[in-house]
Design a protein around this ligand. Structure first.
Ligand SMILES: Cc1cc2nc3c(=O)[nH]c(=O)nc-3n(C[C@H](O)[C@H](O)[C@H](O)COP(=O)(O)OP(=O)(O)OC[C@H]3O[C@@H](n4cnc5c(N)ncnc54)[C@H](O)[C@@H]3O)c2cc1C
Length: 434
């Protein structure tokens, strides 16, 4: 492969739209654009599949197979003639030459959409970045699963109390939906699975699950009632929730807090923040809060031409969202849809439409039969079993592919009946020695 050559994509009489990233935003855009044969669409992603991030935590907790929450792009676009998929990483953009650079070569564009999402933000702490476990990809979720299971195996052959504590205790940093969902799931694992799998360990006495949140409430951005309910659910399940606490350092064995305390553990799961992942080559003035790309209400990146951004990497202000939108799947998908509509309108000579976010509400689950839901219009909040049922339904419908829906549904039913996920396998890739 020669990065100085052009990537092999047929030239077309139609304008070329290149989408970087097939996540929630990029994929929505690609699916809408390929319904009409108005443009040549090129989708570039470093993976050959779309990932359903909201269920990563279930992969990490051995509740779902990774293959149930990912979907191959090529299967999704089978039969579509106006899309070309290339599996590679875009390393930079040249806005003057209108080209993108990848290890496979360069690719020219008429319009490019940056839909690269966000990455874990360790806020510049190199130790935390080195030792903590993030969960921003299905491979990281799988790594986490292996790590947790490996450590329980090691604990069996660690007779001394202190080093065993490091193996069995888990600290989750970040009290947003991901942290809350992980903590709830781990608490259930501690109660229902670990005592059966590891009867030699004193699970009840020795295993502690900590959830650390820098602010005074969980689920920031949710209603006060939902935050309080989530806290109560977790505490009832035995999770040690540390509010107003900040992790300052982690050396792989000991996690340190701003008040001078420390907890021995080898596992710190980092769900405390994300930052946008813009591609190199854009003007400095295009990058704004949270390392996101400043876009106008049409999704155009500030101080550029024919370059757009959607989803987590885009920062857009609108009257109802003066500090930008939440970095969630609905925003990304709606931005993708609006941009697709505007590209179609452009060809048809119609006016482009300003983006307006339609907030459908927020939800988080805290384990079996416990969840919280905030509905914005009419404004109300509810929790408990029906909130959990709604959470299940919404997520089931959102997963791509009938096979995935069926597999996830069957897994959930089995887990609900017997509390016993059967995927507690430590499967690691074999590294070939050359
Ligand atoms: C653990 C977790 C749980 C979550 N739970 C929820 C939830 O319950 N509800 C909710 O609404 N949201 C949830 N979110 C947030 C939601 O997943 C994101 O808001 C959403 O994925 C953003 O979509 P996106 O298209 O901007 O980016 P993504 O979906 O992240 O997709 C980005 C894509 O770009 C590709 N890519 C990145 N850089 C490059 C490059 N340089 N070259 C080529 N390809 C590239 C990636 O491979 C990826 O496919 C969760 C996120 C996480 C991590």
């Amino acid at each position: 492969m020669d990065p100085t050559t052009k990537i092999n994509i047929p030239e077309s009489t139609r304008e070329r739209i290149v989408i970087i990233g097939g996540g929630f935003g990029g994929l929505q855009l690609a699916r809408k654009l390929t319904r009409k044969d108005l443009y040549q669409v090129v989708l570039i992603d470093k993976n050959n599949y779309h990932q359903f991030q909201p269920l990563f935590y279930q992969v990490a907790m051995a509740g779902l197979e990774p293959s149930s929450i990912v979907f191959p792009f090529r299967k999704l676009f089978q039969g579509k003639k106006n899309i070309f998929i290339r599996v590679t990483e875009v390393t930079s953009i040249d806005p003057i030459k209108k080209t993108l650079q990848t290890p496979l070569g360069f690719c020219n564009y008429d319009h490019v959409i940056i839909a690269t999402g966000a990455d874990t933000n360790f806020f510049g702490n190199e130790n935390i970045a080195k030792y903590a476990l993030p969960m921003k990809s299905v491979s990281e979720a799988l790594y986490l699963r292996n790590n947790i299971l490996d450590d329980y195996e090691d604990a069996l052959t660690t007779p001394d109390y202190d080093p065993r504590q490091e193996l069995v205790d888990i600290v989750i940093v970040g009290g947003g939906p991901t942290g809350v969902e992980l903590a709830g799931s781990l608490a259930e694992m501690k109660k229902h699975i670990l005592p059966k799998d590891y009867p030699e360990l004193n699970i009840e006495e020795e295993v502690d699950i900590y959830l650390v949140q820098s602010g005074g409430e969980l689920l920031k951005g949710f209603s006060a009632e939902s935050s309080e309910k989530a806290l109560k659910y977790l505490e009832d399940m035995g999770v040690k929730v540390l509010l107003n606490s900040r992790v300052t350092d982690f050396d792989g064995n000991l996690v340190h807090f701003n008040d001078g305390r420390s907890i021995p553990t080898q596992k710190v799961i980092w769900a405390a923040g994300i930052k946008g992942m813009p591609v190199d080559g854009l003007p400095e003035t295009s990058v704004t809060y949270g390392n996101r790309l400043a876009v106008d209400r049409f999704g155009r990146v500030k101080d550029t031409e024919n370059i757009y951004a959607v989803g987590d990497v885009a920062y857009m202000e609108e009257p109802n969202w003066p500090k930008g939108h939440p970095q969630v799947a609905q925003v990304a998908m709606q931005m993708g849809s609006n941009l697709a509509r505007n590209f179609t309108n452009r060809i048809k000579g119609k006016e482009e439409v300003l983006f307006t976010y339609n907030d459908k509400g927020s939800m988080a689950t805290v384990g079996r039969a416990r969840a919280v839901v905030d509905v914005p219009k009419p404004k109300f909040q509810f929790g408990g079993f029906f909130a959990w049922l709604l959470w299940l339904l919404v997520h089931l419908f959102a997963i791509l592919g009938t096979r995935n829906k069926v597999f996830v549904f069957i897994n959930w039913v089995v887990n609900y009946i017997n509390y016993n996920q059967s995927l507690r396998l430590i499967i690691k890739p074999k590294i070939k020695e050359l």
